[in-house]
Write a protein that binds this ligand. Structure first.
Ligand SMILES: [Zn+2]
Length: 343
């Protein structure tokens, strides 16, 4: 038996997988949205498990504060501020070079979600904000693609499977209202986070992902809530809301949103993200030439890092910028207009 054939042998030996199951895993396409604490664990497990096509979608770059829990990144990735999906691909290809791993450096929005997710069999939510989750929920209801929600903070975590081909299955909006006040909720920066919380939740999410792909009779129902510090494990039954705007009335508020220029404070960081209205693909190495006289700048094909006495900025190919140390959103927007100038 060749090395390559023996790669999955212990997994094939497990009664729930077998060689037919392994073939299904290799034939499947899974999108991981958010390559942070949850996403790195998911990507690590699913790459080794032989998911044939992995899409790694993330908007951010690696920082030192990520390293205690984002298990596939290194100090070098943080020093160089490598985009997370690129650093993840580089690491994972050393583990399994026989699958396809596509890095996508962007934030999902109503304009790009369909082209990015059009061929996926399953979506794994590993993001840190409700807006993207509501967008994923609507897209999945509309296209009848399963997804798995997950979230973690401190020692607490939650995860739930959503499969709309099961007519009794609720969607996220059946029990979470759309007006979640993001700014009043604790974040990983304010409440902290244990690596074991994200590791546990993402491992459960990865098991459910494999079960969903294999159409196992043991796919979990309900919302699993855990608290590792206080020893709580609870599965909560959630009913479908017959008056839900999304799965009952098919009103897709987030999918029909105009994109426009978007200014957002990022969860748990002293950073503001600016997304221009127009779709673009920048040549970052040429763009860097326009900034050499106003601060220190370094660029490769994926990210441009700029710094002056006042602020630090990361610019991506899609025209998005993450600005650190801006005073507020208005200040961040004026920095963007002055230094980047895309509409
Ligand atoms: Zn619903």
């Amino acid at each position: 038996m060749s090395q390559s054939q023996s790669r999955y042998i212990r997994q094939i030996a497990f009664y729930g997988v077998g060689s037919e199951g392994q073939k299904k895993l290799l034939d499947s396409t899974v999108a991981i949205v958010g390559i942070g604490a949850l996403g790195t664990v998911l990507a690590n497990i699913l790459c080794r498990a032989g998911i044939g096509q992995l899409l790694l979608i993330d908007r951010d770059y690696v920082e030192f504060s990520n390293l205690h829990r984002q298990i596939i990144f290194t100090e070098n990735d943080a020093i160089k501020r490598i985009p997370k999906s690129i650093a993840a691909r580089e690491f994972l290809l050393k583990v399994n070079s026989e699958i396809s791993i596509e890095p996508i450096i962007t934030e999902l929005n109503s304009g790009n979600i369909s082209p990015i997710l059009k061929n996926v069999n399953l979506i794994l939510d590993a993001v840190d904000n409700w807006e993207t989750r509501f967008l994923l929920n609507e897209w999945s209801v509309k296209n009848n693609i399963p997804w798995i929600y997950s979230a973690a903070i401190g020692s607490q975590g939650m995860t739930m499977n959503f499969r709309y081909n099961n007519s009794n299955c609720p969607c996220l909006r059946c029990f979470i209202p759309a007006d979640q006040p993001q700014s009043q909720q604790p974040t990983c920066a304010s409440a902290g986070i244990l690596a074991t919380t994200t590791g546990t939740i993402a491992s459960i999410q990865a098991s459910e992902a494999i079960k969903i792909i294999l159409n196992s009779p043991t796919i979990r129902d309900g919302l699993l809530s855990i608290d590792l510090w206080n020893n709580h494990f609870k599965n909560i039954k959630i009913n479908r809301d017959p008056d839900c705007p999304v799965c009952s009335h098919k009103i897709y508020e987030y999918l029909s949103q105009n994109i426009g220029m978007k200014v957002q404070k990022l969860c748990g960081k002293n950073s503001i993200q600016i997304t221009p209205e127009s779709q673009t693909k920048l040549n970052l190495e040429s763009f860097a030439a326009s900034l050499v006289n106003v601060g220190s700048v370094e660029a490769n094909q994926y990210i441009l890092n700029f710094k002056n006495d006042e602020f630090q900025l990361a610019l991506f190919q899609d025209g998005r910028a993450i600005i650190e140390n801006a005073k507020d959103e208005i200040h961040a927007k004026s920095i963007y207009n002055e230094f980047i100038g895309l509409r």
